[in-house]
Design a protein. Structure first.
Length: 252
């Protein structure tokens, strides 16, 4: 069987050996880029997904710049040091990726992965400069768990901008970047990207619904208790993989 059954007991595996955990994270990271590519996200060179290294925890992995997301393999991933230099792998990175991800990983030791790109609904919704309302099941996963980065810097040109994003994010799982796009974080690559997919769906609903009617705060909190737990984000990613990357061996 290619992917685990989506049952309540299926979740991120516990891997004690650092080398094995690194290999697992790199495979999942490459697959995450493949999912973005299948959705035609990042086709203009925008966006990035990171994964913290399990040993050098102040370093993180990215896809080298210039590789189409739909073609990323493990060999296309590079390790980025705290100063922004590439210390493993070949190639260079989008400077904005370093400027955003380094401060996030530094501020949030609990975060393994962060994802950001410019999507068809996330970016226009962020131009509204408002938070999500509980108008769909997916949006309930972000009730009280997302923030707004109300800042006009849409091209993050330094780590100072990234630090402001990290401050806005706080302890939340998602942040809406004004006039820019969405960003999510998670305790694994799978969870992080699952949240990103759910956030895009939530933004789509709110953009399309127009005069939407939100559910009550009580009903939203009840929904959050089931759709807002980490395993929910993880499972969304499993569905996306089965749909968009039926053969996971393609990433190496």
């Amino acid at each position: 069987m290619t992917y685990p059954l989506l049952d309540p007991d299926a979740f991120e595996p516990e891997i004690a050996d650092a080398a094995d955990l690194r290999a697992h994270r790199l495979r999942r990271l490459a697959l995450a880029y493949r999912v973005f590519g299948a959705l035609r996200w990042g086709s203009l060179g925008d966006g990035h997904i990171s994964a913290r290294d399990p040993e050098r925890e102040d370093h993180f992995w990215l896809a080298r710049y210039g590789v189409p997301f739909g073609s990323v393999t493990v060999d296309d991933l590079v390790l980025v040091a705290p100063d922004g230099s590439v210390v493993e792998g070949e190639g260079w990175i989008n400077p904005a990726a370093y400027n955003i991800h380094h401060p996030l990983h530094e501020a949030r030791p609990d975060v393994v992965s962060a994802a950001h790109t410019h999507t068809p609904y996330g970016t226009p919704f962020c131009a509204r400069v408002e938070r999500l309302r509980p108008v769909s099941q997916e949006s309930c996963a972000f009730v009280g768990d997302h923030a707004l980065f109300d800042d006009e810097e849409v091209n993050i040109a330094s780590t100072a901008g990234g630090k402001r994003i990290a401050e806005a994010l706080g302890a939340n799982r998602a942040v809406l970047l004004r006039n820019h796009g969405t960003l999510t974080v998670g305790g694994s690559v799978d969870e992080c990207v699952g949240w990103f997919l759910m956030l895009e769906r939530a933004c789509e609903v709110q953009v399309k619904a127009g005069a939407e009617h939100a559910i009550s705060d009580e009903a939203a909190r009840t929904a959050y208790a089931s759709v807002g737990v980490p395993v929910s984000g993880w499972q969304v990613f499993q569905w996306a993989l089965r749909q968009h990357v039926p053969d996971p061996s393609v990433v190496g």
